[in-house]
Design a protein around this ligand. Structure first.
Ligand code: UDP
Ligand code: MG
Length: 320
């Protein structure tokens, strides 16, 4: 019997867990031809998420709980999940039920027909501030133009991955993670399944503007080095213009003379160049910071408990 894992990263999701339990167990009971496992990764929640999830495990052994030692962020929580799932394929979904579990059988059908990576394509995005939606679309366009690896639009983290994809993702252990980019990077045979993204069932979104900005910068810097190239090109262009201007000044001084003055020109030039230098340094700094963090080669996460017991380094099935 084929085994299907469902991976759910959770951060302060106590309000939605009862609904999540009902929807997932209904799905699993309705599809008994598969063996199921739900891997909930508690990403250092500060509310009762861990306790409630543990009760879910005690009630139904198909539910498992990985309790991380602190809040590591969704990307890292998913990585912890990738390391622990044991299924022949793994479905990743959000805890807030914006990713309807009822779509999963359609994903499985595509997987059974030979696809490795079946991603959900949003046909609606649910309730979301207008500005955020617009910015998000603009961002994907921008990212796409800077890289050769295709980035899919309107595709989130709701997807089914074959074991071979999971194995590939396990090998990508970078600290600065942009998982949406990683799915594209690993390749494999992909197809989509449309779904209606509902509104958050309960609780509130964990992504404020700063966090989203962080993820956006992560996306660009972990995906392309185009900003560095851009800095080089800008440097060349500005140097060439400066050269021309230099020639102009020399020639003008020789033939017409120079009655000093020129303070505004000087000021504008200095400020303009200063701005470009600072901007370029900032871009270099972003990449340098990433090199710095990667060279430390620290593990990305630590597991505190597995299914309510101290984590001993054994997998989900052996941690008895
Ligand atoms: N999440 C997480 N760690 C975090 C932030 C979020 O594991 O630090 C989880 C969260 O519990 C949810 C998923 O990531 O299952 C998506 O988060 P959310 O619904 O808040 O994001 P949105 O849907 O608003 O983009
Ligand atoms: Mg959500």
């Amino acid at each position: 019997m084929k085994k299907i894992s469902i991976l759910v990263p959770m951060y302060n999701e106590q309000e939605v867990l009862p609904a999540l339990y009902d929807r997932l167990s209904a799905l699993m009971d309705a599809n008994k031809e598969y063996e199921w496992e739900v891997v909930m990764v508690n990403d250092g929640s500060t509310d009762n998420t861990a306790a409630i999830a543990l009760r879910m495990h005690q009630r139904d052994q198909r539910f498992h709980l990985i309790d991380l030692s602190r809040n590591c962020g969704k990307e890292t929580a998913m990585m912890a999940g990738f390391d622990m799932v044991t299924g022949d394929c793994t479905v990743i979904m959000d805890a807030d039920l914006q990713h309807p579990p009822e779509v999963i059988p359609a994903m499985i059908a595509k997987w059974e027909s030979g696809f490795d990576d079946v991603y959900g394509r949003r046909i609606t995005r649910g309730k979301e501030p207008w500005l955020r939606k617009k910015l998000s679309l603009m961002y994907y366009h921008l990212l796409q133009r800077t890289t050769r690896v295709p980035i899919l639009e309107n595709v989130g983290d709701f997807r089914l991955l074959d074991k071979s994809c999971i194995n590939a993702l396990r090998q990508l252990r970078e600290t600065h993670r942009y998982t949406k980019g990683l799915y594209c990077y690993i390749g494999f045979k992909k197809t989509d399944v449309p779904f209606e993204q509902g509104d958050r069932e309960a609780g509130e979104t964990k992504w404020n503007f700063m966090r989203l900005m962080g993820l956006a910068i992560e996306g660009i810097t972990s995906y392309t080095t185009v900003p560095l190239r851009f800095a080089t090109i800008m440097g060349c262009v500005v140097s060439c213009l400066a050269m021309l201007y230099l020639l102009f000044i020399i020639i003008k001084t020789i033939f017409v003379g120079e009655p000093v003055a020129g303070f505004p020109t000087l000021m504008v030039t200095v400020l303009f160049l200063g701005g470009i230098i600072l901007l370029t340094l900032g871009v270099i700094g972003e990449y340098l910071a990433r090199i710095f963090n990667e060279t430390k080669q620290r593990p990305n996460y630590f597991i505190r408990e597995l299914d309510g017991k101290r984590f001993t380094g054994k997998g989900i099935d052996d941690n008895k």
